[in-house]
Each structure stands twice: as C-alpha cells, then as structure tokens.
Design a protein around this ligand. Structure first.
Ligand SMILES: *[C@@H]1O[C@H](CO)[C@@H](O)[C@H](O)[C@H]1NC(C)=O
Ligand SMILES: *[C@@H]1O[C@H](CO)[C@@H](O)[C@H](O)[C@H]1NC(C)=O
Ligand SMILES: *[C@@H]1O[C@H](CO)[C@@H](O)[C@H](O)[C@H]1NC(C)=O
Length: 488
C-alpha cells in the first residue's frame, strides 16, 4: 500500500496557510455580520407584515421567496417541460439531503401538471422497472418521467445523462433545466441560459465547518492527518467555486446566508441569485400531543421527567455529538429529571448509551417514528459543526410545534431562529452549550411549549414542501417568460 507522504513545507508556508485561514475567518464572519446589521430580517418583516405586501420584480429579492404567498389552489398559468439533473433519484422512503429535496420538489411539480423529466444514475434494473411501472399505474400523467442512464448502478455519468437529455430536447425543447448541485458540470451548464442550479452547501461554508471542527479539538489532541489534509484544500476549493459558479445562469440558495455569500463573496449578480428554503412534507410533521405522550411512555421516559431534550440525525463527530455528549454528561448530574432522547445512528450511538438512564438511545427512525419523536420532546437540540446547507431536522421539529436550540451559524440565525422566541443559539463549544442548556432547564417545559407554538406558526408559513414547490414553480415560470417575474 502506498502511503501518501506530504513533503515537509517550509515554515513560512505554514504561516501563510494559517494566515489565509485567518483571513477567510474574517471574511466569512465579518461580512455577513456587517450585512446583517443593516439588512434583511428586521426591515423586511415590517415590509411584509404590514398591510402592503411586498410587490416588484422577484429577481430583485434578497429574502427567501418562501415568505411570499403563491396561489396554489389553481393550476399554473402555463405548464412547463422541466429537465432535472440529479445524481440519484431516491427509491427508498428515507432518502437524505439533496435527493430528498429533488424528490419532494419534483413530485409536487409533476402533480401540478408540469412535464418533469428526471435524468439520473441507474439503479438495480429490476427495482427500476418495478418502480417506474408502479408510478405510471398510480397516476399516469402526474409523475415525473425518470431517465436512468445506462451503466453501473448509482454511478453518475453526466455525459450519458446529457445525451439522453439532448434526445428528449430534440422532440420538444425544455423550458427550464434544473441541476441539483453540480450534477450538470459547469462546462456544460455554461451553454444553457435557462438553467437553475440549487446549492445545498458551498465551499465557503465548509471553511467555517473546518474552523468549528478544529476548535473542538482538545489542547493535547493531535490533528488527524485526514483533517489536516482537508484543511489544505479548503481555500483552493472556495477559489475554484468562485471561478466556476458564474457559469450557471440562475442560482438557488437554500438559506439567507448562502444567498448573501453568493452575492457578496462569489460575486454572482443579485438578479441571478434566488433564496428558496427547502421544505418538509407538512403532512408528515404535525403537532400531536397524544402521540407525544404515547411515544414517551413507550420508550420509557419516566413520569417524573421535568424536561425532555431530543437530538436526531447522523450521530457523527461533525454533527457536534462530542459536544452534546460532554455537555449532557455534566448537565444530568445537576438535573436528575432531565432526559435526552437520541434518534439516529452512527459512531456516537454507543457513547450515548454509556451515559445511563437519563439518555434514551433509539437508533435510526423512519419519518413516521420521527413524527412521534418530535412530539415527545420539549426542545430539539442541534449542536452541528457543519454550516453547509441547512438541516431539515430543525424545520421538522418546528413544524411539529417544538422550539429548537442550535449552533449559532449564519444560516441558522438568518433563516431558522430569526426570532428569539423560536429558541436558543449557542457557540459550538461545550461551555456555551451547557450555558444554553441551563437556560432551557430553568425555563421549563411550559414556557418551551409556548415557544413551540410560535415555531409551528412560522414553520407552517415558511418551510412546507408546498411553499417550496410553489416558489420554484414561480422561478421556473419567470425564467420561461419574464411577465411571471412580477409579483404578485
Ligand atoms: C499538516 O499539514 C501540513 C502541510 O501539509 C504539514 O506541514 C503539517 O506537518 C501537518 N500537521 C500534522 C499534525 O499532520
Ligand atoms: C423518577 O422516577 C424514576 C422511576 O420512575 C425513579 O427511579 C427516579 O428515582 C425518580 N427520580 C427522582 C429524582 O425522583
Ligand atoms: C408571456 O406571458 C404573457 C402573459 O401570459 C403573454 O401575453 C406573452 O405573450 C408571453 N410571452 C411569451 C414570449 O411567451
């Protein structure tokens, strides 16, 4: 086996890279902070909540389109032929991240009567044909048409997909082409004026991620070679992205802060950057008190529990589990009636089990079980160290009527916890997390459930899959014909 030996770098080079990281730290944190001082949420809230709703050219907006009202009980003014490039098209019921977004969005657009063609990597042949037949039988015209390119299962080959796209485009031109991240690479995207790309995390956000992750390292803990290696690549990655992103005609950012970075650091013209926050299925996540009670007793939360915290997702280091593990192991000694429910799987699952009876470890859960989980807790905790994108779990918890506590990232602060009423934010370190947890315990479950009501209301207005689909539909219409860019 070959060991990849790094040549020793002269000292000034090391200083150089440290300096570069510091500089980026300044860029990443100061610019958005300065912008937030005099822009969006505050002034916008007044504009939108007053009797005069916002009107104008949608391409000039910097706030999320989710804040606007769209007519969703009528069919669209025209139906579009839409091409979607997605590395994968989910076949299981619990796909993650990007695929789930593509699936939720385009199923909804197809139901609204648009002709949606998905260009994606192959899956096992038998499953593919069964799935396809089932979809067609269920609703012959209201499903996306899936084009699996040939080749190995799950191996994305954009050039194969592009060939299929061109065939289909010859029959009748597509009105809009949607790429999930770089599924369609920039050298092809450059030729496509009616293209929309959705970014679910950009390299500039991963700079922050590296900073937060390294800061959690103990003074005597050596930096892991893999992480050290990735640090070297972080800034070149950002520079590379800045150089090629402009080849995509339209950009969808999934958080306010990502939109800001695309405009202010990536230098994409405002008119080509649109913020549309991802949505979650509103039917899957509702407030249901009796379900919550039932779930609690089923998993063995004792009746004398004064407060129940919940955490869900992949139980890995970069989702901040070392922080929560340490913080809760201290908190539980002081507060013997406070419980933590852990949903999800990953390396930290067994660590949590070591913490004793105040921690209930459930393993991974499907959406139905998650619905019970959210209803069973008093507050949802997300100690993530990864600011890339925006975790859907935060929206699911709020939709289920629960307040949240999360790492103070520009994305979370700018798009999720936009009102102090919605919960708590902490710096991603143990001390700050404990401090936040102590405030939550001091507040108690009654106050938290009040906060939860505010969360539910906000989430229902902003984070539904329907709202996301309507916002994308409007963007696609606007790209097809400029008259649709004028709102309302
Ligand atoms: C990290 O990487 C730099 C540059 O590649 C190298 O000089 C340094 O020794 C590495 N440090 C560790 C702890 O691996
Ligand atoms: C809460 O109840 C459990 C069992 O129902 C019991 O073991 C525990 O001691 C109680 N805790 C306190 C602090 O009263
Ligand atoms: C754009 O839409 C408007 C209103 O529906 C219509 O009058 C106009 O002809 C359309 N333009 C094009 C180029 O299709």
């Amino acid at each position: 086996m070959a060991i990849n030996k790094q040549p020793k770098k002269p000292l000034f080079n090391l200083i150089h890279s440290k300096l570069a990281i510091t500089l980026f730290f300044i860029v990443v944190f100061t610019i958005p902070a300065l912008l937030l001082l005099h822009t969006p949420s505050a002034s916008l809230c007044t504009t939108l909540s007053s009797n005069n709703p916002w009107s104008g050219d949608l391409r000039d907006t910097v706030f999320p389109w989710n804040r606007l009202k769209f007519v969703d009980h009528e069919p669209p003014p025209i139906t579009l032929k839409i091409a979607v490039f997605s590395r994968k098209w989910p076949t299981s019921s619990t796909p993650g991240g990007m695929e789930r977004h593509a699936h939720t969005l385009h199923m909804a657009l197809a139901r609204r009567g648009h002709q949606v063609h998905i260009f994606t990597s192959p899956i096992d042949d038998d499953i593919a044909s069964i799935k396809q037949r089932m979809q067609i039988q269920k609703s012959p015209n209201l499903s996306p048409i899936v084009h699996w390119h040939e080749g190995e299962p799950d191996k994305w080959r954009y050039n194969k997909a592009w060939e299929q796209f061109e065939e289909e485009n010859k029959l009748k031109s597509f009105d809009v082409i949607h790429s999930e991240s770089v599924a369609l690479p920039h050298w092809l995207a450059r030729q496509v004026p009616n293209l929309v790309v959705s970014w679910h995390g950009i390299a500039l956000e991963s700079v922050q991620s590296s900073i937060y992750q390294d800061l959690t390292r103990k003074p005597d803990e050596p930096i892991s070679p893999a992480f050290n290696q990735s640090l070297q690549g972080v800034i070149p990655k950002v520079l590379n992205e800045i150089r090629f992103f402009k080849n995509y005609a339209h950009h969808v950012a999934i958080s306010d802060s990502c939109g800001e970075m695309l405009r202010d650091v990536y230098q994409i013209p405002t008119k080509r950057v649109h913020v549309i926050v991802n949505g979650v299925n509103e039917e899957d996540f509702t407030q249901d008190l009796s379900l919550g009670h039932e779930f609690r007793s089923r998993i063995g939360v004792p009746r004398n529990a004064s407060l129940v915290l919940g955490v869900a997702g992949r139980l890995v280091k970069d989702k901040g589990h070392p922080l929560l593990y340490e913080a809760f192991s201290k908190l539980k000694l002081k507060h013997p009636n406070v419980y933590l429910i852990v949903a999800g799987s990953g390396p930290w699952q067994s660590r949590y089990k070591e913490l004793g009876s105040q921690v209930i470890v459930l393993g991974s859960m499907n959406p139905i079980e998650l619905h019970g989980f959210y209803n069973a807790i008093d507050i949802f905790v997300n100690p993530t160290l990864r600011p890339q994108g925006l975790d859907l779990t935060l929206m699911e918890a709020m939709m289920s009527g629960k307040p949240v506590m999360a790492s103070r990232f520009p994305s979370i602060k700018g798009t999720i916890v936009v009102d102090d009423e919605f919960g708590f934010m902490f710096s991603p370190n143990v001390e700050s997390l404990i401090e936040s947890l102590e405030s939550v315990v001091a507040e108690g479950s009654k106050r938290l459930s009040q906060r939860g009501k505010a969360c539910q209301k906000y989430a229902a207005s902003m984070f539904t899959a329907q709202k996301m689909a309507m916002a994308y539909e409007r963007l696609f219409l606007c790209i097809k014909n400029q008259t649709f860019c004028m709102y309302p």
